[in-house]
Ligand binder design. Structure first.
Ligand SMILES: [Zn+2]
Ligand SMILES: [Zn+2]
Length: 139
């Protein structure tokens, strides 16, 4: 999964990522519910140094329940969520699988923050992927 390309819904913001994917999965945390408008976000992490973004973006910051400051960046024209940066993983950019030009490239490996998952969003938990009540240990 190298050289990933994607962008927002209206096309004003584009990105390219050349680094190897660090992890991918579905996140059921309450922030991802608010940000996605659904039961979870489908996300993957790549090295920040390998990402190029073009177009005007806006970012808002929230404090995650881990205590990290999380910046969530979106397209101001269409509102499409694009990527997340967290003070807990400063060298990493977390991108939305659905923003890929080919979302079929996404390879989820786990489901995280299942403690916040809602009863109507359990199919993703039953899919056979490893599940974690919160953030799994990272290396
Ligand atoms: Zn847009
Ligand atoms: Zn989340």
């Amino acid at each position: 999964m190298a050289d990933l390309k994607g962008g927002c819904h209206c096309g004003a913001v584009r990105y390219e990522s050349s680094g190897d994917v660090i992890f991918g999965g579905h996140c059921q945390c309450t922030d991802c519910q608010k940000n996605s408008g659904g039961g979870h976000s489908s996300i993957f992490a790549v090295p920040k140094a390998g990402v190029n973004v073009s177009g005007e973006t806006k970012t808002y910051e929230v404090t995650a329940d881990s205590g990290s400051t999380v910046g969530r960046t979106f397209c101001p024209s269409c509102g499409g969520p694009l990527y997340t940066e967290t003070s807990g993983l400063p060298d990493v950019m977390i991108l939305k699988a659905g923003s890929l030009d080919d979302p079929g490239q996404f390879e989820p490996g786990m489901v995280i923050y299942t403690k916040s998952g809602k009863g109507w969003d359990q199919d993703v938990v039953k899919g056979g992927l490893p599940t974690f009540e919160a953030m799994p240990p990272m290396g």
